[in-house]
Design a protein around this ligand. Structure first.
Ligand SMILES: [Zn+2]
Length: 116
């Protein structure tokens, strides 16, 4: 699977699985950061706001903002139901990762176990 294949699969999963689940559960969602140029990832790492080899730079991660009843949800725990659902989509081929496991609750990504 190429990098492009992975990025397209991730986008398809966000649009076809993650967002429908979010709406089904009564949340609203807006886009946060998706693609992150490497220069920005390097700057984030320099100022300890991220890591240099971010999955965002590979187009394999998305940050979202969830809302319930018009209220912006900010705590990692607010994203737990959605994060656990996302994790449940993992297969033998790729792992769906929720950032709430490392203090970044609005972050959703996939990583492949068969990286090339
Ligand atoms: Zn992120």
């Amino acid at each position: 699977m190429t990098q492009g294949d992975k990025a397209r699969l991730f986008t398809r999963m966000v649009a076809g699985k993650l967002f429908p689940f979010i709406w089904e559960k009564g949340y609203e969602v807006t886009f946060g950061e998706a693609w992150r140029p490497q220069e920005v990832a390097d700057l984030y790492a320099k100022y300890h706001k991220g890591i240099a080899n971010s999955l965002h730079s590979a187009r394999l991660a998305l940050d979202v903002a969830l809302y319930k009843n018009g209220i912006y949800l900010m705590k990692d725990d607010d994203y737990k139901e959605v994060g656990e659902y996302w994790e449940s989509l993992s297969t033998e081929e790729f792992k769906c990762c929720w950032g709430g496991r490392f203090g970044d609750g609005n972050h959703f990504s996939i990583s492949h176990l068969n990286l090339k």
